[in-house]
Design a protein around this ligand. Structure first.
Ligand code: GLU
Length: 274
């Protein structure tokens, strides 16, 4: 079976060694490899970081299919997917502010795991009135209804754990379109993996939990479910996961210091990088 995979960074900063390891892990297994820029949050993403991502990955010696998908150019496609879920009666507008959600969670009886479901219970008239009055809102997935509709058809193959039933309940009524961004990471990633024919999603362990949401969305949107592999995360000398704050580990900084990209790839291959 030929393997189609991808690397899908958000251009909110320069790539560090952890990203490089993720990109390399997917690239080294793929017969076809896509690069996708997940830049829907146009307030945090910057063109200069997008350009740097391409440059840094090329420096590392990776190559990819000529068409780089830039998510911010495809809001209409994500909106169509959102509408399909709305037609199934699975979305509701949530008018809560972040502060309201925190307050409700702290209340003695309202403590749900994630979102307490405040706006799930609003009546149609109340919703319509708020929208007509211009109140900003997000769109949430009614998780219980979504699970009922998807039924048992939400299995996926995880290369570490084998066949697994998606259990996204801990996410609660996850947001699928934000007040300020008309879509969400979960929706776009599922849409694009299917569009690009991705057979293997190979990404960091930090996204293992999100996979459960993605598999549920695939079931609801009639999209194929790829195989999932979640690789270990690189850490710094103190054992902390590498993050964008670790300027020293950016590919940029390494390049400026005269690091040899071939040597970095060899270290990945031999498991010599922590
Ligand atoms: N865009 C996501 C990130 O930057 C990764 C998406 C994915 O690999 O599924 O963390």
């Amino acid at each position: 079976m030929s393997i189609i995979s991808r690397f899908a960074p958000s251009p909110t900063g320069f790539l560090h060694l952890g990203h490089a390891f993720s990109a390399w892990t997917a690239w080294s297994r793929a017969d076809r490899f896509w690069l996708r820029l997940e830049d829907i949050d146009t307030t945090r993403c910057r063109g200069e970081f997008s350009a740097a991502i391409l440059e840094d990955l090329a420096w590392l010696g990776l190559d990819w299919e000529p068409e780089v998908r830039v998510q911010s150019e495809h809001f209409a496609a994500y909106d169509a997917a959102l509408r399909r879920l709305a037609q199934r009666g699975l979305l509701y507008p949530c008018f809560c502010s972040r502060a309201e959600i925190l307050r409700a969670q702290a209340a003695p009886h309202g403590a749900d795991a994630v979102y307490p479901g405040t706006c799930r219970h609003l009546g149609d008239a109340e919703r319509a009135a708020k929208i007509a009055a211009g109140a900003p809102y997000a769109l949430r997935l009614d998780m219980a209804a979504a699970l009922r509709q998807a039924g048992p058809a939400r299995q996926f193959f995880d290369e570490t754990h084998g066949w697994t039933i998606a259990a996204p309940e801990p996410f609660g009524d996850v947001i699928l379109a934000r007040r300020d961004v008309p879509t969400s990471y979960h929706l776009c990633v599922v849409h694009d993996d299917a569009l690009q024919g991705v057979t293997h999603v190979i990404r960091g362990e930090d996204l293992r939990a999100a996979t459960h949401v993605h598999v549920l969305l695939q079931a609801l949107l009639d999209l194929p479910t790829p195989v999932y592999a979640h690789h270990r995360l690189l850490t710094d000398a103190a054992g902390r996961r590498l993050a964008k704050r670790d300027q020293a580990a950016t590919l940029r900084a390494l390049r400026e210091e005269g690091a040899d990209p071939q040597d970095i790839r060899r270290q990945f291959e031999e498991g010599r990088i922590a």
